[in-house]
Design a binder for this molecule. Sequence first.
Ligand SMILES: [Fe+2]
Ligand SMILES: [Fe+2]
Length: 153
Amino acid sequence: MASIDRCDPVILGHVLAEHQDLFNRLTTARRTFAAEAPPHPAERAALQACLSSLRDHLQEHFLLEEQGGFLEESVARMPRLGPAMAAIVAQHPTLLAELDTIIASLSSSTLSAMAWQQAGQAFAGFAAHMTAHERSENAVVQEGYNEDLGLVD
Ligand SMILES: [Fe+2]
Ligand SMILES: [Fe+2]
């Protein structure tokens, strides 16, 4: 069993792997959104599938975090991190709703150039919010374990 002062490598591995996976999924979608013209139907369907998969994955990821795990463990080790953890968990429904709005905006039968650009901007905003969210989680874990885990820039 890991000492209270040492980082549990299983927990650290989980944080890094989960957040890296989310980052990869965001990057894949961002590449498609970089196109200036609305995508062809097959490409749009692939993007929608990618976003739906990201949505499912995120929901699962958030549930795991809410059910206890590295965040809860960090707060148990350092109770003053409780408010930061509560603020992080409170962002989960907002982030999911943001992504739902983007997915819905892509499902109309015709997608104008304007609608495509707006969806791209909305996705850029969502990606920025997700990145800030994960960064604040990494900061809580790093502080909770009282150790420089190399998780925060
Ligand atoms: Fe989270
Ligand atoms: Fe997370």
